[in-house]
Design a protein around this ligand. Structure first.
Ligand code: ZN
Length: 314
């Protein structure tokens, strides 16, 4: 396929309490808090971004906190698991870390030759820490008792739950350009792009899921820039996937559509990136608003719950 997608750009999920979400990903998992902003479609809610030191595409896990929102349910039509990439030989360090901080986790069976542990975040989102060779060369970041050597490098994979594995597999390979890499009776693994964030696992579920607190809202895939995105926009429109127009997200531009099982996909440009409105050293230290909301900053700040940020307070 021409102009293939480069991998996963980011995964966005819905959280409950904002502070609890921030503490879990920044302190318990040691990911860098790279952007504090609002949901561009609903400035009454925060949008949190976690990632690597620079907030690179492929490293990003983001959340819309909805305090007091009802809980989602895992099932077909959503990404039911987020895999985070850790270097090979890191699992024991994470087991020690979770044990030391009394964080519940489970040891998974080896999957496609990779060792992993899994746990649920405070809102019930299933997160896996997976050892992968793809993570070995990616830059790490020390935080607390997590050394740079063992730290999370970014997204490893998502697991998509679909109504029909066969129909989904056909759509992903023929329409999205994913290449099938491995399979078991329950799971098909696709590769999209290379390096961090290049795996999509697909499983079948007879039960429909409900996207709410504790579930993934959408999965975004990487495209180089506007010209390549326009090609994907045409493709999606041609498939009658109820495709959105191109949306300005300041850090990237996005289009959205639902794949046939109902999972919300986004195709996002790699640029301009997280450092467009604050320097890399200062990422995530203050509330950034898109220009359209800047005139209402005071009111927006008053309505949002106060936060204690990893480096101080807002
Ligand atoms: Zn997104």
């Amino acid at each position: 396929m021409e102009h293939p997608l480069l991998g996963i750009h980011h995964v966005t999920a819905i959280a409950g309490d904002a502070q609890r979400n921030l503490d879990f990903y920044a302190h318990s998992l040691g990911m860098r808090f790279v952007k504090l902003t609002v949901n561009f479609d609903d400035p009454g809610a925060y949008h949190f971004y976690f990632g690597d030191e620079a907030g690179s595409p492929g490293s990003l896990l983001t959340f819309f906190p909805h305090p007091g929102g009802y809980s989602g349910q895992r099932g077909a039509g959503q990404a039911t698991t987020v895999g985070l990439a850790i270097p090979q030989g890191s699992l024991e360090a994470w087991i020690d870390h979770f044990a030391r901080h009394a964080i519940d986790f489970h040891l998974g069976d080896e999957r496609f030759g990779e060792r992993y542990i899994y746990l649920d975040d405070p809102d019930g989102l299933r997160v896996e820490l997976i050892e992968t060779a793809d993570a070995n060369a990616a830059p790490g970041r020390a935080y607390g008792d997590i050394t740079a050597e063992h730290s999370i490098r970014g997204i490893h994979s998502v697991t998509l739950s679909v109504g029909s594995l066969e129909a989904a597999a056909r759509f992903y390979s023929e329409r999205m350009g994913f290449s099938q890499e491995a399979s078991t009776t329950e799971r098909v693994r696709f590769r999209v792009g290379s390096g961090i964030g290049s795996l999509v696992d697909v499983v079948e579920s007879s039960e429909r899921g409900r996207v709410a607190v504790g579930s993934v809202h959408h999965v975004a895939f990487r495209t180089t820039g506007d010209a390549e995105q326009a090609i994907w926009h045409e493709r999606a429109l041609g498939l009658h996937l109820n495709t959105s127009p191109v949306m300005e997200r300041d850090y990237f531009r996005s289009i959205y559509f639902r794949e046939p099982s109902g999972v919300l996909f986004e195709i996002a440009t790699d640029g301009p990136g997280m450092a467009i409105d604050e320097p890399v050293e200062a990422l995530g230290q203050s509330l950034r608003l898109p220009a359209m909301y800047e005139p209402n900053r005071q009111e927006i700040e008053r309505r949002l719950p106060p936060l204690v940020l990893p480096g101080g307070s807002r």
